[in-house]
Design a protein around this ligand. Structure first.
Ligand SMILES: [Zn+2]
Length: 308
């Protein structure tokens, strides 16, 4: 019997990270493809199925046994039924990706949410290893979270759990894409940090990472924007801690690239707010942008383990 692997895909608005992953989480082979979401959801779905099929074929050619496939997509995802319910950046509307992948590949398949499977990977293979209650928070263009308890993700009743980015932290604050004002995402995402700095300084094009670097160097406008984002993030994390009481919060996504320039002030701001809460440890993610793909692999492995 040849060694088992799973086919894993992490589909984003601009690119797909794809891999063949062994049951121990090591990667046999990886490749990347553009999503080209502007082609519409049917074409993107066809690309996903084609890439998954060629990865399964590659596994067999390498003498391995593909046993399942896992696919992660952004948006609202019904993991139980394997349906990509809604996605703003890929354009999915009720696409039954799990069934489509099973038909195309002749393998069991699992569908997950990009950030929640990333949380699964960080909790089991990354910065949350060995911890029972882990909250992963991805801070990039938007902000989203994933709660993992005893190695299992929590999807919610409608596949929409973990939307920490839409917790209102500044009532009446900056307008959010969701229609509310003052959501965490509108106050502390990488995108909003860049926007606020541009408004204040008149200089467009500075990224959140630039703002963090300039703040660390003592530039006053950058320091104000960065500190505002840190305070908003701390308010959001305190709300999450009141609800979940996790042992560790893992900060990932593009903004976490700021490293200690983010971690140290966030830790201080959370510590300054806790009252009855037990403080979580706050650490940086370890898996970088591989988390989603590894998490898809874990989801696929879990699905065949659960079925056997
Ligand atoms: Zn919002």
């Amino acid at each position: 019997m040849s060694d088992p692997v799973v086919v894993a895909l992490d589909v984003g608005g601009t690119g797909m990270k794809c891999a063949l992953v062994r049951p121990d989480g090591t990667v046999h082979h990886e490749e990347r493809h553009p999503t080209r979401a502007e082609r519409g959801p049917e074409a993107v779905t066809e690309t996903i199925l084609g890439v998954a099929g060629s990865l399964a074929a590659r596994a067999r050619a390498d003498g391995l046994d593909p046993i399942a496939a896992g696919i992660a997509v952004p948006g609202v995802v019904d993991e139980l039924n394997g349906v990509a319910v809604w996605s703003a950046n890929v354009g999915f509307r009720d696409v039954p990706l799990k069934d489509l992948a099973e038909q195309r590949l002749g393998l069991p398949a699992a569908l997950g949410h990009d950030v929640r499977v990333g949380a699964l990977a960080e909790a089991r293979l990354g910065a949350g290893r060995g911890r029972r209650h882990v909250l992963f928070v991805a801070i990039g263009t938007g902000i989203a979270g994933g709660l993992v308890i005893d190695g299992r993700g929590y999807p919610g009743a409608h596949g929409a759990a973990g939307e920490l980015g839409h917790v209102v932290v500044r009532p009446g604050g900056a307008p959010c894409g969701c229609g509310l004002l003052g959501c965490l995402e509108a106050e502390a995402s990488a995108k909003s940090v860049g926007r606020k700095y541009a408004e204040l300084s008149g200089e467009s094009g500075a990224t959140a990472f630039d703002v963090a670097t300039r703040a660390a160097r003592g530039e006053e406008m950058a320091r104000r924007v960065w500190q505002d984002a840190v305070e908003a993030l701390a308010d959001g994390l305190l709300t999450a801690q009141a609800l979940y009481d996790v042992g560790v919060v893992v900060l990932g996504g593009g903004l976490a690239e700021a490293g200690d320039d983010l971690l140290l002030p966030v830790r201080a701001a959370v510590a300054g707010r806790v009252t009855f809460h037990r403080s979580p440890e706050i650490v940086r993610a370890e898996l970088g942008d591989a988390a989603g793909c590894l998490g898809s692999a874990l989801l696929a492995l879990d699905s065949v383990e659960g079925a056997s």
